[in-house]
Design a protein around this ligand. Structure first.
Ligand code: AMP
Ligand code: MG
Length: 336
């Protein structure tokens, strides 16, 4: 199969909708990362997503909607709090988990009785969903295990020959996947995966707890609520090591002791005296979220064998960056 990469236009969106309505898969831009989109109600199409990514079958897909009618067609027992959150955060990077209706096949939900739903903040993709008239299931458009794609070039690197079309909507704004939440029995919100919509923002609407697996290495035998968290994830070929340093000087002196061929430092960019090749990923958590996956891919392009990454903050948007980095690093953290 040849893979075309096209800028969005009405014609291109119509072509994409035709592919999708014939059970095909298309690479689409969103404000978080690029997605691999297919008809969420079509079992065969969703099976094609898993095949293209090489994704484990029990890792559920998020379905992307363009209006609340699509939410109500797909989910039942929707709590009033969900409508409040939808009003404040949709279109945007917030995914909510509901009990699923029968129209959502188990292939899409990874065998669960629940379904994850969000409305993406990207005009072209919203128009594509409207043209299709059904929600689009869309996981990140990378090969399973590798860093999520934040540009059409990244999607092409992973999906060339596997899907017919990638819509090139430029670089993704946020750069990390959506915040995933579920609703607790006592009327609260539980964060299953942090994103750029933070616990602090959500806590204006209800009590917020963060699932312990967000920052912990899950026990292999444990049944996790959000299956995606159990896989080693987002990893480039280089060995990633997180360095939790008191300040820029302690970071610099640690990495300088570990100079070697093929060893890189991923820095905030404000450090001085770093003697090994440095790749800056930003001083603010927002910049770090935006750049993280591109920087991880860059370590591969450079043929890095190891990269020491300066640890981000663990609060606010930094929580999303740290959560992805932990998995990219297979939970290797050094405190200096
Ligand atoms: P990705 O498609 O790469 O953004 O990953 C989607 C992630 O959302 C999954 O790996 C899960 O962690 C989470 N998710 C999707 N559907 C559900 C669900 N029904 N229940 C809990 N978590 C879900
Ligand atoms: Mg993913």
């Amino acid at each position: 199969m040849t893979t075309e990469v096209k800028k969005p236009s009405h014609e291109v969106l119509k072509q994409a909708a035709e592919i999708i309505m014939q059970s095909g898969v298309v690479g689409v831009p969103t404000e978080t990362v690029y997605g691999l989109a297919a008809n969420a109600y079509d079992e065969k199409a969703c099976a094609a997503i898993f095949a293209a990514k090489g994704r484990p079958q029990d890792n559920p897909l998020i379905i992307h909607i363009s209006d609340l009618e699509m939410l109500e067609r797909s989910a039942r027992d929707i709590p009033p709090l969900a409508y409040t959150l939808a009003e404040h955060f949709w279109s945007g990077p917030l995914t909510m988990i509901f009990k699923k209706k029968d129209i959502v096949p188990y292939t899409t939900s990874g065998g669960l009785d629940t379904v994850a739903v969000r409305m993406p903040d990207n005009e072209d993709t919203l128009n594509l969903i409207k043209l299709c008239g059904v929600p689009l299931a869309a996981p990140s458009a990378n090969l399973s295990g590798s860093p999520s794609p934040t540009s059409a070039d990244h999607v092409f690197e992973d999906m060339n020959g596997r899907i017919p079309l990638i819509i090139d909507g430029g670089e993704c704004k946020a750069g990390v996947e959506s915040t995933v939440v579920c609703f607790t029995e006592d009327g609260g919100i539980k964060i299953l995966r942090p994103g750029v919509i933070t616990a602090e923002q959500l806590s204006r609407f209800a009590d917020v707890v963060t699932d312990k697996n967000v920052f912990l290495k899950p026990d292999e035998r444990e049944k996790v609520i959000s299956p995606g968290v159990k896989y080693k994830h987002y990893s480039p070929k280089a060995e990633i090591i997180i360095v939790e340093a008191e300040n820029e000087n302690s970071f610099a002196s640690f990495v300088n002791q570990n100079k070697d061929n093929g060893v890189y430092a991923v820095t905030f960019g404000n450090e001085s005296g770093i003697e090994l090749p440095a790749i800056p990923y930003g001083e603010s958590a927002e910049e770090q979220a935006h750049n993280l996956f591109a920087v991880l891919r860059q370590t591969d392009e450079l043929g890095a064998k190891r990269a020491y990454v300066r640890c981000p903050e663990k609060q606010g948007v930094g929580a999303a960056v740290y959560n992805r980095l932990l998995r990219a690093a297979a939970f290797r953290v050094i405190k200096v």
